[in-house]
Ligand binder design. Structure first.
Ligand SMILES: [Ca+2]
Length: 190
């Protein structure tokens, strides 16, 4: 799950935006575009999820007279990693337009996130420390929090079905199995 937040418009309230995600579909799959915070709670009405094409677009206009001052979360992204443990994939997030009360375009913003399936620690590889960090998180050791790990890298190790992926002890077990050569690079049992 990733938050999509419009951070700054130079102090100008906005009423609408367009966003585009681009990604390599060998490694990243958008499951669903989910609501941001009200009134930006319906990005899915105009969402087009084209995973084979590696592009997802969505937008929302909250209507005349309805503006919000950033920072404002406008969507949440349910995504999963489908690539191997050996390849990093980048999600490019482009807020193409942000419109003020009079529908004047305030310009765009650009952001990216890099993922590696299984790299819970977030240092670019999959090793024993990733399992350790995952255990700290599941056991809430010393206040270990979601911000201390890559939750997408963790939850995507084993897929949990259409409801989206949940980080669990099963994901951690498959790090060990992968490291021991008991799975392929996609965490599938041989
Ligand atoms: Ca790692």
């Amino acid at each position: 799950m990733g938050l999509l937040t419009i951070e700054d418009t130079g102090g100008i309230p906005f009423r609408a935006y367009n966003a585009a995600l681009t990604y390599n579909s060998a490694g990243i799959e958008i499951i669903e575009v989910l609501p941001g915070n009200a009134p930006y709670d319906n990005p899915m009405a105009n969402a087009t999820v084209d995973n084979p094409g590696g592009q997802t677009t969505f937008n929302q206009d909250v209507g005349a007279g309805n503006t919000v001052l950033p920072p404002q979360t406008v969507a949440r992204l349910a995504l999963r990693l489908i690539g191997p443990a050996t390849t990093q994939y980048q999600l490019d997030i482009d807020i193409e337009n942000v419109y003020d009360a009079g529908m004047g375009d305030l310009g765009n913003g650009y952001n990216s996130a890099t993922y590696l399936r299984g790299d819970i620690q977030g240092d670019g590889d999959v090793d024993v420390f990733d399992r350790l960090y995952g255990q700290y998180y599941l056991n809430e050791v010393d206040g270990f929090a979601i911000n201390d790990i890559s939750i997408v890298n963790m939850a995507s190790i084993r897929h949990d079905g259409i409801g989206g992926d949940i980080p669990s002890a099963v994901d951690l077990m498959y790090i060990s199995k992968y490291r021991a050569g008991m799975t392929d690079d996609y965490y599938n049992d041989w």
